[in-house]
Design a protein around this ligand. Sequence first.
Ligand code: CUA
Length: 178
Amino acid sequence: MSISPPQEKLWWNEPIPKSELIWIIVGFIWGLIMFFMMIYWHAVGEQNLSNEAYRITAEDFAARTNTMIEKYKVRDEAGFPVVHPPPGSDVYLIARLWQWWPILELEKDQSYRLHISSMDWLHGFSLQPVNINLQIHPGYEMVLTAKPDKAGEYGIVCNEFCGIGHHTMVGRMYVIEK
Ligand code: CUA
């Protein structure tokens, strides 16, 4: 029984019962399958992005984001700047308690370097309805090459619990036809 100490002190020298050994092998093989599924899913499915991560301070990231906003802001929406950076450029998205800042407006079929970082806690970037997910850590920027292939309005929800306002941490992204 597991609630009392093992009777044999050197329990790891005891022979392994056959049924237990089978389960260990099954568990090990299943682990290998799941491991290679990650690679398979990257190549075949539309999940597991080729994102990169770099160290960056919140101050540096905020400064780069603000430079982009100052240069390419096209309008305001409910207190949020809407930014239309040129195709091919580096675009920045801040995650913080409890918002995604600013609203990005990208062009369909154009490629961008999308940088996302957190100013405070761990947040989760979840782009809806396409279901692209990234963990956003403070102190690191996630960078990915994004080429939106469908115009429309996308929602960004936070999918890592980040405190009392977590459920209100929703943002927006536009992809427009040019
Ligand atoms: Cu940010 Cu939950």
